[in-house]
Design a protein around this ligand. Sequence first.
Ligand code: RB5
Length: 144
Amino acid sequence: MKSGTVGVAVDHGGFPLKKFVIDEMQQLGLEVSDLGTDSEDSVDYPDFADKLVAAIAGGRVAQGVLICGTGIGISIAANRHPSIRAALCYDEETAVLARQHNDANVLCLGGRKTDEETARKMVRAFFGTKSEGGRHARRVAKMS
Ligand code: RB5
């Protein structure tokens, strides 16, 4: 896997925010793999969670972003896989804490609940923050 390669997958509820989020990630120097969907035609969010899960589990990307309408369904779907720690975040602080305390490897957003400025802050916070380790690493290890 090339260092800095990340994935993005969305359902139709997340599609309107997808390009904005990908542009932000690219501005951070990340190489982005766009895993769809590619329109507002109705699709099933578990199918797109699975695409990112497979890319992470297969070592093709290190981390990623999932977006559905609320962020809820796609985060539930992703978290069924043991190697995924998908964090549904709603502001800059939760995106920072998802990395510092939970070592989250997937940022989940609600496309219908998130404005572009907040999405920008969350993407920058998530990909710009490292896990703190220590007691947090112990807790994360208990989930594996
Ligand atoms: C699709 O209408 C919507 O249910 C989906 O995007 C998501 O919000 C589910 O949790």
